[in-house]
Design a protein around this ligand. Structure first.
Ligand code: COA
Length: 332
């Protein structure tokens, strides 16, 4: 909670998804799997995939432009760009610097933030802190993910789960008592080995776990991550509500990270909430890591699921392992 004369909230939203659709039936031709298995175990029917030669930042650029436009701002009015990603096209320049150049946000600082699938809420929290101290006025948070580039397309345990996409928001001053009410961030590095994506170093353990010659790919212990995700999603929601002194009855919509419908379902049961109160689009896009929450948020907003004054809980979990939740009182 803060003592500002205004709230800090979302001024504009945007998203971008590749045109190319990869269905479960396409995957049947690539690995030993079936549409039936994937739907039953994950709820995913299809995902969007970038063309091999297209960098992921193009999605971030498109989402960023839409969010700035939606906020009624000019790119020069953005003070800071934070890009959340677990698969940057380059380590240098950062995706945030590439996006800064492409959208001509010439007055902004820029850095990347990696908190895996929790990244968007980590990014929101960081932006909120910069604004609440008065250091910056308008901060652009872009969640930009090209997971198809770091997935092993011969590993059926992982390749069925992920997709590409980007979501962006501009944060700035809104009416008092609206916007981001509070957030909760967490990490437990002792479980980090359950999801790994090597980049500049490959240990013997990393080599042994991976199937083929290209070892710089994502590996995951799905069962361990599943158990972690169901528990942490429920705990993270509970914690942020406790901080804000409200209950689930006061919440109109929960927008969780879209990893697997069974995780969302399991956590909803744990919290004792009706599935109707939880937004999901995982069937269309699969897991797009940090981009999944802003893409779902924009979709929920555009389809009329959110009204001004609604209490919305965002909740994410993922590599690190990390988790994060936020309570947002919708200001639009
Ligand atoms: N198609 C068909 N069979 C598959 C398969 C696929 N794509 N992937 C795995 N299997 C097989 C396994 O090899 C195993 O076979 P076995 O019993 O002969 O060994 C069987 O299906 C069951 O595997 P299991 O791992 O127990 O399945 P599951 O119900 O746990 O589902 C995941 C697997 C990956 C879908 C699930 O664990 C999961 O979603 N975990 C969380 C992943 C996630 O969301 N990570 C990102 C978090 S940000």
């Amino acid at each position: 909670m803060n003592s500002l004369t205004h709230g800090i909230g979302i001024l504009g939203l945007g998203s971008a998804l590749p045109e190319k659709v990869l269905t479960n039936f396409d995957l049947e031709k690539m690995v030993d799997t079936s549409d039936e298995w994937i739907i039953k175990r994950t709820g995913i029917s299809e995902r969007r995939i970038l063309e091999r030669e297209t960098p992921a930042y193009v999605l971030g650029v498109e989402a960023a432009k839409k969010a700035i436009d939606d906020a009624g701002l000019k790119p020069e009015e953005i003070d800071l760009i934070i890009v959340t990603t677990s698969c940057p096209d380059y380590l240098s320049p950062s995706i945030s610097c590439i996006i800064q150049k492409e959208i001509k946000a010439k007055n902004s600082a820029a850095f990347d933030l990696n908190a895996a699938c929790s990244g968007f809420i980590y990014g929101l929290t960081t932006a909120q802190q910069f604004i609440s101290t008065g250091y910056y006025k308008n901060v652009l948070v872009v969640a930009c993910e090209g997971l198809s580039k770091i997935v092993d397309w011969e590993d059926r345990n992982t390749c069925i789960l992920f997709g590409d996409g980007a979501g962006a928001v501009v944060l700035g001053a809104v009416e008092k008592e609206y916007g981001i009410i509070d957030t909760e961030l967490g990490a437990d590095g002792s479980m980090g080995h359950f999801i790994t994506i090597p980049c500049c170093h490959l240990s013997n353990e990393d080599k042994e776990k991976r199937l083929h010659e290209n070892k710089m790919v994502l590996w995951m212990d799905g069962t361990e991550v599943f158990k972690f995700a169901v528990n942490i999603m429920a705990q993270a929601v509970e914690k942020v509500l406790e901080k804000c002194n409200i209950t689930l009855d006061d919440v109109q919509l929960i927008i969780p990270h879209q990893a697997n419908i069974r995780i969302i379902d399991g956590a909803s049961k744990k919290m004792g909430i009706l599935f109707e109160k939880v937004y999901s689009n995982v069937h269309k896009y699969g897991n797009i890591s940090s981009a999944s929450i802003p893409v779902a948020l924009e979709e929920a907003w555009k389809s009329g699921r959110i009204s001004k004054g609604d209490n919305i809980v965002l909740v994410g979990f993922g590599g690190g392992l990390t988790w994060a939740s936020a309570l947002v009182k919708w200001n639009r």
